[in-house]
Design a protein around this ligand. Structure first.
Ligand code: XMP
Length: 220
């Protein structure tokens, strides 16, 4: 027969009690023990709080809706992964127009870095744009490499029009040949995270837009 060490048994029992207690309050045991550090600790300063983001996204949806509502041609929204996912989800649910969605992946910041290494489209671009309006949605317009690449690629596929919508724009860095038709906010030239924007794939779930504590990426 298998006999359990009484001390180990007691510890196991306490552990399961703790897990059950925490779960009832929606807290995972790992988070409560500090194994998963809270995201807030890494944010030095909130730049745009969630309420302001929500208000602006509603305004953008209104502007975009008015732009396309009288058009005979249909709309395809092309969103750039992964940074735009939260913005896209909030924006598209407020667009009262018929549309298709296409998703494309562009890589520019591989891993733990805050410096763009040049944009390239990953995989095949499978979006239905011929004879349709195209609205490219991205999280941020920074050096402009991503939007330049994506809009040039889409224009070759005979759409009726190609417009662009970004939640954030860094005016200090955007080159003159790259324009966004719809812009949520102009921001300072600092590396920002949250609301879909990441550093090394973290912080996308942070609901506000903020600036990371510099020591977290200083070595990148
Ligand atoms: P570019 O430089 O091509 O940038 O206009 C567009 C893409 O780069 C990422 N990016 C950022 N991501 N904080 C981020 O989390 C930033 O400050 C930032 N600047 C650029 C982003 O994925 C965007 O699609």
């Amino acid at each position: 027969m298998l006999r359990c060490n009484p001390l180990l048994g007691k510890r196991l029992h306490r552990f399961w009690q703790e897990v059950g207690f925490l779960r009832r309050f929606g807290v995972s045991a790992d988070a409560a023990r500090g194994i998963i550090p809270p995201v807030d600790d890494d944010i030095e300063r909130i730049l745009i709080p969630r309420e302001r983001i929500a208000r602006r996204v509603a305004e953008l949806a209104d502007e975009i809706g008015r732009t396309y509502s009288d058009s005979a041609a249909a709309l395809t929204v092309v969103a750039i992964l992964s940074g735009s996912v939260i913005f896209l989800a909030d924006l598209m649910r407020q667009l009262p127009i018929r549309m298709k969605i296409g998703l494309i992946t562009v890589s520019s910041y591989a891993g733990a870095t805050t410096t763009s290494r040049g944009a390239s489209i990953l995989g095949e671009l499978r979006v239905d744009v011929r004879g349709r309006h195209v609205l490219v949605v991205d999280d941020i317009l920074d050096t402009g490499r991503t939007l330049r690449l994506v809009t040039a690629e889409l224009r070759q596929r005979e759409p009726v029009s190609v417009r662009t919508c970004v939640l954030l724009r860094k005016p200090a860095k955007v080159p003159p040949d790259v324009k966004a038709d719809f812009v949520g906010f102009d921001v300072e030239d600092a590396f920002v995270v949250g609301y879909g924007l990441d550093y090394d794939d973290h912080y996308r779930n942070y609901p506000d837009i903020g600036i990371l504590r510099p020591e977290l990426y200083a070595s990148a």
